[in-house]
Ligand binder design. Structure first.
Ligand code: MD3
Ligand code: FE
Length: 210
């Protein structure tokens, strides 16, 4: 393999592959596509089954979107806010996710859902597992945009020791295999600014949900 094929690829834990800055070369496609999706399906603070508004604002694109309300978490074909199908997954998003998954050893990844999370200063995501998808043999591809975040990666029980990983604009992580069900979360976002996105962090997670 050529030294220049994979500029910055690091396997942090088994089946957790970090591609630092992978998205930067295509951000001029990705950021406008993101703006279009958010216009069609606005970011909103979902209500957890426990009755609290999440500090993170969320929307989706693709065939399925992630929704939460007092009845629970699930994937749905329509946006409850607009009553319409979620916006199509932009070709630039899908290509990015498939290319990254393939570089991490997951060929033929076909994401049908892209969850978009927006963190303003102070927003956080508590430790959890992603278990609402049908097939855990499929990886999750995560893209970080905007201001940095301190990501927490745990084990397979909530009380397991967590490892911290700073994630910056343009970083991409592929989580698959046995790491697919690790507990994970995001510590409260610190003040900062990105030239295009402003004072927030946006995370895209690509999943095969259905
Ligand atoms: C590790 N989002 O939306 S993405 C989520 O930065 C979520 O917004 C975080 O956790 C965020 O559910 C983290 C990274 C991620 C996604 C899925 C994982 C890490 C994961 C599944 C297993 C292990
Ligand atoms: Fe998650």
């Amino acid at each position: 393999m050529d030294l220049f094929d994979t500029p910055d690829k690091e396997e942090i834990l088994k089946h957790v592959v970090l591609l630092r800055g992978f998205v930067v070369p295509v951000e001029n496609e990705v950021l406008p596509a993101l703006a279009t999706v958010i216009t069609l399906a606005p970011l909103r603070h979902m209500i957890t089954p426990g009755g609290f508004a999440m500090s993170v604002a969320t929307t989706s694109c693709g065939d399925l979107g992630w929704v939460s309300d007092k009845n629970g978490y699930r994937y749905a074909a329509c946006d409850p806010l607009t009553g319409k199908a979620w916006p199509a997954m932009p070709a630039s998003f899908k290509q990015l996710a498939k290319q990254a998954a393939s570089m991490a050893g997951f060929e033929n990844f076909e994401p049908d859902a892209c969850l978009i999370n927006r963190y303003e200063v102070g927003a956080r995501m508590g430790l959890h597992q992603d278990k609402d998808e049908r097939d855990f043999s499929q990886p999750i591809v995560s893209v970080s945009l905007g201001v940095p975040a301190m990501f927490q990666m745990g084990g397979f029980a909530r009380a397991d020791k967590v490892m911290k990983l700073p994630l910056y604009h343009g970083d991409l992580v592929v989580w698959g295999g046995e790491s697919r069900l690790r507990f994970h979360g995001v510590l409260p976002i610190k003040a900062g600014s990105h030239p295009v996105l402003g004072e927030c962090r946006i995370n895209l997670t690509f999943r095969k949900a259905g």
